[in-house]
Design a protein around this ligand. Structure first.
Ligand SMILES: Nc1nc2c(c(=O)[nH]1)N[C@H]1C(S)=C(S)[C@@H](COP(=O)(O)O)O[C@H]1N2
Ligand SMILES: [Mo]
Length: 531
């Protein structure tokens, strides 16, 4: 008797549940070991392999939402394969037409049939792919065991679960189609329970390990605190960016699916390369050094004109120059190659770390230890350079070297090796296509030219003359600066355009360029409807 469509559907669902259980158990083992979940191991490879334009699109259109989507996409592919495997594994050709030669008919309770073996083989094959990617891709796990365990657990459970789903029934309960509905339902329910329990346990586990280690950290008072924010850094206009970006709203750019949760007691920074003395610094060593506190505005090179990838925070950290002085930089070095725990590399000009600006190994952000997403326990912060050439999160290795001797992660992907932040201005209010009333109106926003400072912001209404906006107070030349522009709105549609001039007297160019290879340029404008 042939399987009916509903039986095929049930079999397919069984395959999906087997795969889901395997991934759930793998997820739990990943949480316990700190190793990569196989889906994420594949995902990180996809990110590394993605051609530049695809990546640019993902950053531009999806932001950090690209990561959940990537996971969903990979899981969807796996689910499709597992559904097919389940349906094949439980398909039962009519006895007479069976492809299985008589005598090779699977034993009761067994899985010896050809299609059953195919199904289990598919599960094993996909599991092995996961193991391969987990072994090869970037991950926060350093030990071979912790790196591979989640994928191995997934593989084992996948094989066992798929075998259980497609196995022949024991004893007399066999139905004409060769299967036992009761046994099947019991099997898939049991698997579903195991999967759900694993996911539920993961929440407890990952909360227990990561959060408590971070919660125990006490950042000492900095020897050299930042001065209080000057009055008037915040433009008094509703809707303008908050001068200090709260950690929860701070933009985030990285290439990982699982945020590393590093135990600060086991963390170590290795300082080596073209130095007189190699250093190994523990988290405690850093906290015991001279700490300084500074306001620095970070910007991502991927930020489009008018885009959101810019944020300002108050950081506490050890001056990188102090560490370099202690290690003793050898002649000929012109760069530092820093590496994060997942193996991602960033190249920074040595000059930017030693020319007197406040480049930091930062340990705190806006009054708390770094959030996990922003590099806990230690990251770099360098005023004036885009994040991809300076702001290494989860840093573990710091090598003094020469640009000609290495190429960093993004340099390999078509971005410039060196990239100072370009002067830029953004209109926060009014929002694009807002409707406002005729009469006195106000526009406001932010402008930045880190480590040079903003001297002037101008606004143009339609094709009129450039008019100077009011600048809010300056905090430091390393932070953004807010501006306000008052004008008289007349009915109709109007275009507002903004441009900034840095403290060197250079006005930003109106030439539009895309972010690649070294940051977008061009002027932000917005259209308002005046009634
Ligand atoms: N380890 C690691 N550090 C990283 C990145 C990354 O992908 N991995 N991205 C860099 C980029 S491109 C930017 S713009 C900043 C962003 O820092 P944030 O996520 O804290 O805002 O971190 C930088 N440091
Ligand atoms: Mo970036």
């Amino acid at each position: 008797m042939r399987n009916s469509w509903s039986q095929h559907a049930a079999s397919a669902a069984g395959g999906v549940i087997a795969a889901g259980t395997a991934l759930a158990v793998g997820y739990l083992v990943a949480a316990i070991t700190g190793g990569p979940w196989p889906v994420d191991a594949v995902g990180v490879q996809v990110i590394d392999w993605a051609p530049g334009p695809v990546k640019d699109f993902a950053v531009r259109e999806l932001g950090t939402a690209d990561r959940p989507l990537l996971r969903v996409g990979i899981c969807a592919v796996l689910a499709a394969a597992a559904a097919l495997a389940g349906a094949i594994g439980r398909s039962q050709p009519p006895a007479a037409a069976t492809g299985e030669t008589s005598g090779r008919r699977p034993p009761a309770g067994g899985i010896g049939g050809r299609w059953q073996l195919v199904a289990v083989g598919v599960a094993a094959g996909l599991g092995l792919v996961g193991v391969g990617f987990a072994g090869g891709s970037r991950s926060a796990a350093t030990g071979v065991a912790e790196r591979l365990l989640p994928a191995i657990a997934t593989l084992v459970v996948a094989v066992v679960a798929m075998a259980l789903v497609v196995r022949r029934p024991r004893g007399r309960a066999e139905q004409p189609d060769g299967f036992d509905r009761r046994q099947f339902l019991l099997t898939v329910s049991a698997l579903a329970v195991v999967g759900a329990a694993s996911v539920a346990t993961t929440r407890v586990v990952s909360f227990g390990t990561g959060e408590s280690a971070r919660a125990k950290v006490r950042i000492p008072r900095p020897a050299d605190p930042a001065r209080a924010l000057p009055a008037g850094v915040q433009a008094d206009v509703p809707g303008v960016s908050s001068f200090v970006t709260p950690n929860s709203k701070f933009y985030r750019v990285d290439t990982l699916l699982q945020v590393p949760r590093i135990d600060p007691d086991r963390w170590e920074l290795r300082v080596h390369g073209m130095v007189d003395r190699e250093l190994r610094l523990s988290f405690r060593d850093l906290l015991d050094r001279r700490l300084i506190e500074r306001d620095v505005t970070l910007t991502c090179v991927s930020n489009e004109v008018g885009g959101p990838y810019v944020g300002n925070a108050r950081w506490i950290g050890v001056p990188i120059a102090d560490i370099l002085a202690e290690a003793g930089v050898r002649k000929g070095a012109d760069a530092v190659k820093s590496t994060s725990i997942d193996g991602l590399t960033i190249g920074t000009p040595l000059a930017a770390l030693t020319d007197g600006r406040d480049a930091l190994f930062a340990v705190a952000m806006n009054g708390e230890p770094l959030p996990f997403e922003h590099g806990f326990p230690v990251r770099m912060v360098v005023p004036g350079l885009y994040g991809y050439v300076s702001a290494t999160k989860w840093i573990v290795d710091f090598e003094v070297t020469r640009f000609q001797d290495f190429s960093a992660y993004w340099t390999d992907r078509g971005w410039s090796a060196e990239a100072p932040i370009k002067t830029a201005a953004r209109i926060d209010v009014p929002k694009g296509f807002a409707t406002i009333d005729a009469g006195p109106a106000v526009a406001a926003g932010v402008a930045w030219a880190q480590h040079r400072g903003i001297r002037k912001v101008e606004v143009q209404v339609d094709d009129g003359p450039w008019q100077e906006a009011d600048l809010a107070a300056e905090d430091t030349i390393d932070t953004w600066r807010q501006w306000t522009f008052r004008w008289t709105a007349t009915p109709g549609n109007h275009k507002l355009t903004v441009r900034a001039t840095d403290a060197d007297g250079k006005t930003q160019t109106d030439q539009r360029t895309p972010p690649r290879p070294n940051g977008s340029s061009g002027l932000h404008n917005t259209v308002v409807m005046v009634r």
